[in-house]
Design a protein around this ligand. Structure first.
Ligand SMILES: [Zn+2]
Length: 520
């Protein structure tokens, strides 16, 4: 098995995962197939949605269809010739309190049915459990993971090493570090049901990030039980490569209609806000009048259409280098998603370190949320760590211009000429910096370095952004070596915040400050 990364954006990647039944492209959604009750047959999924991989449960198959599945092999048993991932059934023992199968038997069974991607019988940590119990789940899962190499007899199946620990992030970290040292091809993170059902996306972000920073970065990461399209962009941006969705069917049975922004009850809908074949050829009223099974099938189909289409949209956003913009857009689908995006602030350094340096497109800055994006953090970091300001008598600070690069704009050239004309006699060396949102201080000689000229920002700027840029300027003034500071201020855009920050910093430093009004 090999995993080759083709495109990257934030921690997200488009990759090619080679398995014994063919190559799959990630990020990928694997619909969950329950052989005891299945609304859409796997073959139909392949035809309708170009679905390349599905997930099913080895435990349920063993319990109900052991002989048939072993005899036929899982691909013909399910009538699906794509890639098949099997879960071990650990979740069933957790939720339904079923009698546990010996872990080695589940390993052997997955080999016998000839699955492509298999899971060891781990112990899910679950939710609302004591730390002691959580520790036990981590230790026992790790012990079983260590035993795998003695039990398995084939090398052509990719094995998933699950990370446990639940909401105890220190345990998640330890679990990820230890399991990452074992020779697994893929890792998986179990997301406890309440995290998804109660939209605890901030907890989910912390779990994923804790696992991600401690796992080998080159191995794909599967996120268990995350099947709602409105959180795909977030999970992909955090580096999750594979998802399984039982949600499409579960929601259909509950008569719920998925959208990329959230879920609606079928009975609430007057229009179908979607153009998939189901929604194009029907309206909510006629679907409500259908008999129950037909109605649920239609909803399941729509739910899968919208899920696959969101994965494609996320991939396209990555190709364009606009995953952050998609993330912000989706975050406004639910307050808890927005809260989760804000939590990312804690991980800005890691995100910056692992994000691509250049992209095909510039960036859009909409609000203070964008201050945490990797490109902004990277500029600030490089400015303080790698940039040495030229030694000059005067530091000139000019406001951002609409035209970029700034140094080519008329406003910038005129302001510089004016200052030079006024001071020609006295001073001949200047260090010129622009101040701009979201990047803060931009030395003029760097203003055509990506992405300092390749962005568009919103006007008027929000208060948090104004404060952030003002603070950066104050810090820059404290760090730079100069005898005088000239500030050209644009009160309309910057609301006097920049002048106030400069005054305070210059007073502290004892450097004379002259303030001019921008003509524009
Ligand atoms: Zn639809």
């Amino acid at each position: 098995m090999s995993f080759e990364i083709r495109e990257r954006d934030i921690l997200g990647r488009i990759g090619r995962l080679e398995t014994k039944s063919g190559m799959i492209e990630t990020p990928l959604l694997l619909p969950v197939i329950n052989p005891t009750v299945q609304l859409i047959p796997p073959r139909k999924m392949q035809e309708l949605f170009d679905c390349t991989a599905v997930m099913t449960n080895a435990y349920i198959i063993r319990k109900h269809f052991e002989g048939e599945a072993t005899h036929k092999g899982i691909h013909s048993f399910l009538d699906f010739n794509g890639v098949i991932m099997t879960d071990s059934g650990a979740y069933q023992t957790l939720v339904y309190g079923d009698v546990e199968v010996p872990p080695e038997e589940i390993v052997q069974f997955q080999e016998e049915i000839n699955t492509d991607i298999a899971t060891i019988l781990d112990i899910p940590t679950g939710w609302a459990v004591s730390k002691e119990y959580a520790q036990h789940t981590v230790a026992e899962t790790l012990r079983r993971a260590g035993d795998l190499s003695n039990i398995k007899s084939r090398d052509d199946i990719a094995w998933m090493g699950p990370v446990q620990g639940g909401q105890y992030f220190d345990l998640v970290a330890r679990s990820a570090t230890d399991i990452g040292k074992l020779p697994f091809e893929i890792h998986a993170l179990g997301s406890p049901t309440p995290v998804m059902e109660q939209y605890l996306f901030d907890t989910l972000v912390e779990m994923i990030m804790t696992a991600k920073v401690n796992l080998p970065v080159e191995r794909p990461l599967h996120l268990f039980g995350a099947g709602h399209p409105f959180m795909f962009a977030l999970a992909v941006a955090l580096g999750c490569d594979l998802f399984d969705s039982a949600a499409y069917a579960k929601y259909a049975r509950e008569e719920r209609y998925m959208t990329e922004h959230g879920t609606k009850r079928l009975s609430e809908l007057r229009y179908f806000p979607c153009s998939c074949p189901v929604c194009r050829n029907n309206d909510p009223e006629s679907v409500l009048e259908m008999e129950k099974i037909a109605r649920q099938k239609m909803l399941a189909e729509h739910n899968l259409y919208v899920s696959f289409s969101e994965i494609k949209l996320t991939k396209q956003a990555m190709v364009e280098g606009r995953l952050w913009e998609l993330l912000e857009l989706r975050a406004h689908g639910h307050p808890n998603l927005l809260k989760a995006l804000k939590i990312l602030d804690k991980y800005t350094e890691y995100l910056e370190k692992h994000s691509p340096i250049t992209k095909r497109s510039g960036l859009f800055f909409f609000s203070a949320l964008g201050l945490s994006r990797p490109e902004v953090i990277r500029h600030k970091k490089r400015l303080s760590e790698r940039y040495s300001p030229p030694k000059a008598e005067v530091l000139v600070l000019l406001p951002q211009t609409r035209m970029k690069p700034f140094h080519r704009s008329n406003e910038c050239q005129r302001a510089l000429k004016d200052i030079q004309w006024k001071l020609a006699e006295e001073i001949d060396d200047f260090h010129v910096c622009m101040y701009a949102a979201p990047f803060g201080v931009v030395p003029i000689e760097l203003d055509d370095v990506y992405p300092l000229s390749q962005y568009e920002s919103v006007a008027p700027l929000d208060l948090e952004t104004l404060d952030c840029v003002a603070k950066q300027i104050a810090n820059y003034i404290m760090a730079v070596d100069c005898e005088r500071i000239f500030l050209v201020q644009d009160v309309e855009t910057w609301k006097g915040k920049i002048a106030a920050a400069c005054r305070q910093a210059c007073e502290r430093k004892g450097t004379p400050l002259s303030i001019f009004e921008s003509e524009s």
